[in-house]
Design a protein around this ligand. Structure first.
Ligand SMILES: Nc1ncnc2c1ncn2[C@@H]1O[C@H](COP(=O)(O)OP(=O)(O)OP(=O)(O)O)[C@@H](O)[C@H]1O
Length: 258
């Protein structure tokens, strides 16, 4: 590890996390941490628990009845599952972008500033500045700057996904969780999205679930390989892809199964 890397602060950390849907355990004793200015890819075959683990990082699973988590997940050292944790504030600090774009049937501008308005900011100039900055970070500004008041639904799928990223960024999160954000996009839109994501790590810590091995290799600094609810191996992306410690990891990244 170089000295720059050791200086990076851990943002989010999971310690001995187990997760259950009813009786069924789908995450088994997972410990994993995420540093600022880093992109971590979560990979593994379908059903291994990547999305469940991702969603547990900002308590999106709270909404699922009969689900249960134990172990610790901390954001800058604070237990996110404690009674004292304000879930609304947690989700502001740990934002999420889903598999399919989820724009609201509102203008592009109103989509971006939606959460900002909910936080009580009303000043038009301030809202416009936030919208511009967020759209620039999401690599969408140049394509929409002349049509901010048109419907977000008029955008292409790739643009809608970048809009959702801008909306998530507008409330200044520290961590951004992404669940297969490019799965509904064509290769060109995917490339644009990936370029945007790579830039974002200057501002936020990113955790991304992807089925696309090339994508994981292209954009992430760290990769975590899950298999049947267990974290088999995690570390530098180069190592996971080219000289992993476990046979299972080598088989998965080379496409032998999954
Ligand atoms: N709401 C739910 N209720 C019950 N079981 C669930 C629920 N959501 C997921 N599961 C189960 O938990 C396990 C892990 O699912 P999860 O979606 O986290 O895996 P994944 O690795 O993200 O899969 P994929 O790559 O296919 O999206 C699977 O067996 C799945 O069927």
């Amino acid at each position: 590890m170089n000295s720059k890397e050791t200086q990076k602060k851990t943002k989010l950390s999971a310690e001995n996390v187990n997760f259950y849907y009813g009786e069924k355990q789908v995450i088994k004793d997972v410990s994993l941490s995420f540093k600022e200015n880093e992109i971590t890819a979560l990979i593994g075959p379908s059903g291994c628990g990547k999305s469940t683990f991702l969603r547990s990082l900002n308590r999106m699973n709270d909404l699922i009845e009969s689900s249960r988590i134990d172990g610790f997940i901390t954001l800058e050292g604070e237990d996110i599952n404690s009674k004292e944790c304000d879930v609304v504030e947690l989700r502001r600090r740990v934002g999420m972008v889903f598999q399919k774009p989820t724009p609201f049937a509102k203008s592009i501008f109103e989509n971006v500033v939606y959460g900002v308005r909910l936080n009580g900011i009303k000043d038009k100039e301030e809202l416009m500045n936030i919208a511009e900055e967020s759209l620039k970070k999401a690599a969408l500004w140049n394509e929409v700057k002349d049509r901010l008041h048109q419907s977000a639904l008029s955008l292409s799928g790739g643009q809608q996904q970048r809009l959702c990223i801008a909306r998530a960024l507008a409330v200044s999160p520290e961590v951004l969780l992404m669940d297969e954000p490019a799965s509904a996009l064509d290769p060109i839109a995917t490339e644009k999205l990936e370029e945007g994501i790579k830039e974002l790590k200057n501002d936020v810590c990113i955790v991304i679930v992807t089925h696309n091995m090339q994508q994981a290799e292209r954009i992430s600094d760290k990769t975590a390989f899950f298999y049947m609810g267990e974290l088999i191996e995690w570390g530098d992306t180069k190592k996971i892809f080219h000289s992993p410690d476990c046979m299972k990891t080598a088989q998965y990244v080379s496409g032998s199964f999954g």
